[in-house]
Design a protein around this ligand. Structure first.
Ligand SMILES: C[S@@+](CC[C@H](N)C(=O)[O-])C[C@H]1O[C@@H](n2cnc3c(N)ncnc32)[C@H](O)[C@@H]1O
Length: 248
């Protein structure tokens, strides 16, 4: 049976509770600077951030002078994004929506899919997500995706299963992850205990190989695709993550 993705149990207040420390201001500033650099964004550029989560990058791009639309399926994250925007005194057009059916018209100079946010669906829908980004970019507009690198991940993956533990005071979150070579997915079973209550969920992330990335991008209509390590240097077998840039 296919490994399920329990979206609502994976992305909710628990997610922010356990991940907030990794998604702090310093990390958000660093990620935003890399996005601006990799996309060569100028003030006034029209940028789509999807999924934007709780707006940690979208709000900072708006503060840097971009015209930003943020899309995410999670209403709680969008509410947090809006209140942070109000604190910063910036405007972002936040819209609830699904990556497979982006609720925006075309004309974007750039689209951003950051933070291991690609690969949540079956391959037909993963490819539809890329086609959706292509549809909303202006001709010559750029897509930027940050993702785990299939080969680097598999090479360094400890013998399955691999477990990660996050502690926040007395609360704990444990992900037991395996890699399924038949589907190219990392598949995780999550057990968390928060305020004395235990919750369980499952999720997966499809990690396309580099040749698959090029094939899927071309199939979605992109040209001049480039895949590098996260700093913009050459991807190696040791790179855990990769960055995709492609022109519509
Ligand atoms: C790993 S988080 C990354 C968020 C953001 N890019 C960042 O770097 O902070 C993944 C996000 O995907 C959103 N998401 C999951 N499935 C989605 C879907 N089908 N459509 C839109 N957003 C989705 C979640 O709500 C969550 O905010």
């Amino acid at each position: 049976m296919a490994h399920p993705f329990d979206f609502e149990a994976t992305f909710n207040q628990d997610y922010l509770h356990f991940h907030r420390a990794d998604l702090d201001d310093e990390q958000a500033n660093e990620d935003t600077a890399r996005v601006v650099d990799l996309l060569d964004l100028r003030r006034g550029a029209r940028v789509l951030d999807a999924p934007c989560g709780h707006g940690r990058i979208a709000n900072r791009l708006a503060a840097a002078g971009m015209a930003v639309v943020g899309v995410d399926a999670n209403a709680h994250f969008l509410a947090e994004a809006r209140s942070h925007a109000a604190i910063l005194g910036v405007e972002v057009d936040y819209r609830p929506g699904d990556l497979r059916r982006l609720p925006v018209d075309g004309g974007f100079d750039a689209a951003l899919c950051w933070g291991n946010s690609f690969g949540y669906f079956d391959d037909e829908d993963n490819r539809a997500v890329l086609a959706g980004f292509h549809r909303v970019l202006r001709p010559g507009g750029a897509l930027l995706v940050e993702a785990l690198h299939h080969d680097g991940f598999v090479r360094h993956f400890t013998e399955a299963p691999d477990a990660t533990l996050i502690e926040r005071g007395d609360d704990v979150m444990v992900d037991v992850t395996t890699f399924d070579p038949m589907t190219g997915q990392l598949q995780a079973r999550r057990t968390l205990q928060r305020d004395g209550t235990v919750r369980r969920s499952r999720h997966f992330v499809r990690l396309p190989t580099v040749p698959e990335w090029y094939d899927w991008l071309a199939g979605a209509g992109f040209t001049e695709a480039r895949i590098t390590d996260p700093s913009g240097g050459d991807l190696t077998l040791d790179s855990w993550q990769l960055v995709v840039t492609a022109l519509a």
